[in-house]
Design a protein around this ligand. Structure first.
Ligand code: C2E
Ligand code: MG
Ligand code: MG
Ligand code: MG
Length: 289
């Protein structure tokens, strides 16, 4: 029971939280609504080239403004969407919106879209991607699909075939959260990937001497270079992290030090103000807004 249990509302919320299944069902119901009634937004986080901090692309990150609960993190509702077939609808909405919004940016910039393993296993993914590209008129080379190592766990043959189909359509493929999955490295020998995203958990401790994270990042960077893939260091927040990652040679950087994910209008304003560059300002920038 909640502390000071006289507060009915609080008690209700806490018992509701305890009942995980009920909360999930509620989120599921509300999410179904949200997709149809425009409660979802896409925010865009810049990905910069390490050498000169030029914005080469963005990652599209979904945001949900729930009418009663306020902002709900995708880390909370994407898994619920994956447990139901809502991820299909959500994924389709995200792809369409991202491709549409990307047409307002300079042609040198790409948009990266997260594709859930469940979406990835569905046969109609190429059709959904094609529709999003056709409707927006976006050059396929400007769309990057982010997948995780987990897609290689279930059906490796089917996965390689799907990757090749998507690649033939001209889109780019990135491997997200690299180093956190349970799959072997065998898939790298034939998967047509363009980019490896080094997981934030390696970046976070990299400046402390008591971790092997810097060595791991160095190894991932040289692996990617040998495979002719780009690297993005995710989650760079502080100036000492930026310095270290720059020295370790990741080709691209994404993190709060440049910006958190921003709504389209705000992103475009910052982009224009900065002459297509974002300055590293550290977490202050993040906290300020
Ligand atoms: P992800 O794809 O690995 O996305 C990167 C996450 O790291 C984002 O969290 C981003 O806001 C956060 N991040 C970026 N830089 C920093 C930093 O410097 N410090 C810290 N602490 N965090 C940073 P977010 O937006 O909460 O998304 C969480 C996850 O939810 C994503 O991880 C992705 O797996 C999933 N997700 C988000 N949007 C979508 C979507 O449209 N579709 C699907 N299928 N999944 C999505
Ligand atoms: Mg991602
Ligand atoms: Mg990631
Ligand atoms: Mg992730």
């Amino acid at each position: 029971a909640a502390k000071g249990g006289g507060r009915g509302q609080y008690r209700f919320f806490s018992s509701e939280l305890k009942d995980g299944a009920r909360l999930r069902r509620q989120i599921e119901e509300d999410l179904r609504d949200a997709i149809q009634t425009d409660q979802l937004e896409l925010h865009y986080q810049p990905i910069v080239r390490t050498a000169d901090h030029l914005v080469t692309g963005v990652e599209a990150l979904v945001r949900w403004n729930h009418p009663e609960r306020g902002w709900i993190s995708p880390a909370e509702f994407v898994p619920v969407a994956e447990e139901t077939n809502l991820i299909t609808k959500l994924g389709e909405w995200v792809l369409r919106r991202a491709c549409g919004d990307a047409t307002a940016w300079p042609e040198t910039m790409r948009v990266a879209v997260n594709v859930s393993a469940i979406q990835f296993a569905a046969d109609d993914l190429p059709r959904v991607v094609r529709t999003a590209l056709d409707r927006s008129g976006l050059d396929p080379a400007r769309l990057e699909l982010e997948i995780t190592e987990s897609v290689f766990l279930g059906d490796p043959q089917g996965t390689q075939a799907m990757l090749k189909t998507l690649k033939k359509m001209g889109v780019r493929l990135a491997l997200d959260d690299f180093g956190t999955g349970y799959s072997s490295l065998g898939y790298l020998s034939s998967a047509p990937l363009d980019k490896i995203k080094i997981d934030r958990s390696f970046v976070a401790g990299a400046t402390q001497d008591d971790t092997n994270n810097a060595a791991i990042i160095t190894a991932i960077v040289s692996l990617a270079e040998a495979l002719k893939m780009e690297t993005v260091a995710e989650g760079v927040e502080a100036m000492d992290e930026l310095d270290l990652i720059t020295r370790l040679g990741a080709s691209h950087i994404q993190g709060y030090i440049f910006s958190k994910a921003l709504p389209q209008e705000e992103f475009l304003t910052r982009l224009t103000e900065g002459g297509l560059k974002f300055d590293p300002t550290g977490p202050a920038r993040h906290r300020a807004d």
